[in-house]
Design a protein around this ligand. Structure first.
Ligand code: SF4
Ligand code: SF4
Length: 332
């Protein structure tokens, strides 16, 4: 069963970067210390910020992120607070190192998913991107989590240097006992934006030929697979999540974005001041969301123009979807 997941209008998603510190130095890291700072939020601040977003929406989901969130010594207490506040779901995105013995400090009832990142089906490719020894460590982390009864998912960020291994992922995931598979597309953000040497973005033809097939193969093994739609045909409706969805990308330097593609720029539309979520001065990302262009997403047009192709009359041959628009496929 395949469906395009339209943006949910009845729930909100809090992508909560509780620190920006990380033990790894991945080639495509999207953390931008100039823009996101270097601070680690204290537990009382995490708790009060969780309260702000829980009050704002009765059906909020929280995803704890970093940096590497398990480096935070009080992550387990933050998770317990999120449970007390009634968050609909709680996810921890991790590079697999699972610091501070996190799996022993929380239970499968308290965490909906531990979501691991792996960027290759083999040690060679993954470690070329994420660092020496990371593949083995991540797989050991997944096995530990599965053996303790946690639900696990895996995020694979596709680029030109690892797309050839995507077809190997379904069997690996199945073998590991992972429930959900998130295929991501490499974005020109963070470190990737600063390096002009790598040709990383996958061209449209290759994306369309490869990704849906790999997703279907994973779904046939019983996995729930999500991947970004990326390209829209001319007659498909474009929507900007900044206008129609309720997502908050929160950084420890108090910046709150509604669009992940804006995170490299000081154009966040909200900030947390005195424990209140307040609007920032214009011009900010909200002004971008209002613009209508034939290419679809304005931020993609600005920062990833190589994704677009124009016809001889200068009209785009297709539109770029919001980066938050996903396809979901499962066997059920
Ligand atoms: S694990 Fe995540 S935060 Fe850490 S370096 Fe890699 S991409 Fe960046
Ligand atoms: S990625 Fe584009 S369409 Fe999506 S929220 Fe950002 S600006 Fe809007």
């Amino acid at each position: 069963m395949k469906k395009t997941v339209s943006f949910s209008k009845n729930s909100s998603n809090l992508f909560f970067h509780i620190l920006t510190k990380c033990n790894l130095n991945c080639r495509h890291c999207y953390i931008n210390h100039d823009q996101h700072g270097d601070s680690t939020l204290s537990l009382p601040v995490i708790e009060s910020w969780l309260s702000i977003f829980a009050e704002q929406s009765r059906k909020a989901n929280v995803i704890f992120l970093g940096g590497e969130p398990t480096l935070h010594p009080e992550l387990s207490l933050a998770i317990k607070k999120a449970n007390q506040l009634g968050y609909s779901s709680i996810t921890v995105d991790t590079n697999g190192f699972l610091f501070h013995d996190i799996l022993s400090k929380v239970t499968p009832d308290e965490v909906d998913y531990f979501s691991f990142s792996l960027d290759g089906a083999t040690k060679k490719t993954n470690d070329m991107i994420r660092g020496e020894g990371v593949y083995d460590k991540c797989l050991a982390g997944v096995r530990d989590a599965v053996s303790k009864g946690f639900n696990t998912s895996l995020i694979f960020t596709v680029s030109e240097i690892n797309i050839h291994e995507l077809s190997l992922m379904p069997l690996l995931l199945n073998d590991l006992g992972i429930n959900r598979f998130f295929i991501q597309v490499i974005g020109i953000r963070g470190k990737t934006a600063q390096s002009s040497n790598d040709q990383l973005q996958v061209p449209r033809d290759k994306w369309l030929k490869t990704i849906p097939l790999a997703a279907a193969a994973a779904a046939s093994l019983g996995l729930k697979v999500t991947y970004p739609k990326v390209f829209l045909e001319k007659d498909e409706t474009f929507e900007c999540a900044g206008l129609v969805a309720d997502n908050y990308f929160v950084f420890p330097n108090t910046r709150v974005y509604r669009c992940p593609l804006c995170e490299d720029y000081p154009i966040h539309s909200k900030t947390i001041t005195d424990n209140r979520l307040i609007d920032t001065d214009r011009i900010n990302e909200k002004d971008v969301f209002q613009l209508t262009i034939p290419e679809g997403c304005v931020m993609n047009r600005l920062i990833q123009p190589d994704n677009l192709i124009y016809d001889k009359d200068g009209k785009p041959e297709y539109k770029i979807a919001c980066c938050l628009l996903k396809e979901e496929i499962s066997s059920g």
